[in-house]
Design a protein around this ligand. Structure first.
Ligand SMILES: [Zn+2]
Ligand SMILES: [Zn+2]
Length: 289
């Protein structure tokens, strides 16, 4: 599902020499598995690898990539829907896996022996395949979960799913993004009226659970600025949300702040990759180490 609004708020097309060729596709997103690919003209990196190795290969193939195009895997946290294929894929294609020490330790049962583990720390930027990757702590019930901002020096992309609540740090880190992948997990009423056991409902609603549609749109309204031209809604619950509901909620919020005409909105799907989205941005100071 996609809604495209091509015009810039200032009416000017970005200058060609300042365009970045950074592209993004969400290979799939939801509690059944999460993986995204970020690429430039030289390489591609995965953010999470929550599908089987075979499924990751199939999904890459659907967007015209080969496993050999992937030069690194970034992991947000050790929940199975984010690491299911990470170990096998990295062993088969000899790809380094970047994750926090606690994520590697707590995910070792599913990750297995990583041939090329790279330990990252929240708050410390790291150069990965020519990208400046900045991991930042997020509130979620995992050992040491992180979101990422990834910059090529011109364009900044934010990845933030499995977000129980929006903290001051999350707000700070996601400022100035040109593209944002944000969790829109559940509709509160659907969750409360739905079939999940009460304890699970409470876990999802907690400050270390998952972000509701209402919380996500409030955050989007706060965060939006004219350079944020791509918003991808991710990690939708199949049971407690509907793609149409998430899209309409986000559209309504962006319309309220006169941002809808300038923003391309995509809802990530569990079963298939999103269209490849080209992200452009005139200025991006990048993250500081
Ligand atoms: Zn999780
Ligand atoms: Zn998850």
């Amino acid at each position: 599902m996609e809604r495209r609004r091509p015009d810039r708020p200032d009416g000017n097309e970005p200058k060609r020499e300042r365009l970045s060729r950074l592209k993004i596709s969400i290979l799939g997103s939801g509690s059944g598995g999460n993986a995204a690919v970020l690429m430039n003209s030289r390489t591609a990196i995965l953010v999470d690898a929550g599908f089987s190795g075979r499924s990751i290969c199939d999904r890459l193939d659907r967007i015209g990539l080969k496993p050999q195009d992937i030069s690194a895997i970034l992991i947000t946290h050790e929940h199975i829907d984010h690491i299911r294929g990470a170990g096998g894929f990295s062993r088969k294609y000899d790809i380094p896996v970047y994750a926090t020490e606690m994520t590697i330790q707590n995910g070792r049962h599913n990750l297995g022996n990583l041939p090329r583990p790279e330990v990252i720390r929240a708050g410390c930027s790291v150069a990965v395949s020519g990208f400046d990757v900045h991991p930042f702590s997020i509130p979620h019930d995992a050992a040491d979960p992180v979101g990422f901002t990834i910059s090529d020096g011109t364009v900044k992309v934010g990845f933030c799913t499995d977000l129980g609540s929006v903290t001051h740090l999350v707000r700070q880190r996601l400022k100035g993004c040109h593209a944002l992948v944000l969790e829109m997990n559940h509709d509160r009423e659907m969750l409360l009226a739905g079939p999940y056991p009460w304890a699970l409902k409470q876990r999802i609603r907690s400050r270390t659970g998952h972000l509701s549609n209402d919380d996500a749109v409030e955050f989007l309204k706060e965060l939006w600025q004219p350079d944020l031209r791509h918003i991808i809604l991710a990690h939708l619950s199949r049971t407690n949300n509907l793609p149409e509901l998430a899209a309409v909620s986000a559209e309504t919020a962006l319309r309220e702040i006169q941002a809808l005409d300038f923003t391309r909105l995509t809802v990530a799907d569990q079963s298939r990759p999103t269209e490849i989205c080209s992200v452009e941005g005139p200025n991006c100071p990048g993250e500081r180490r």
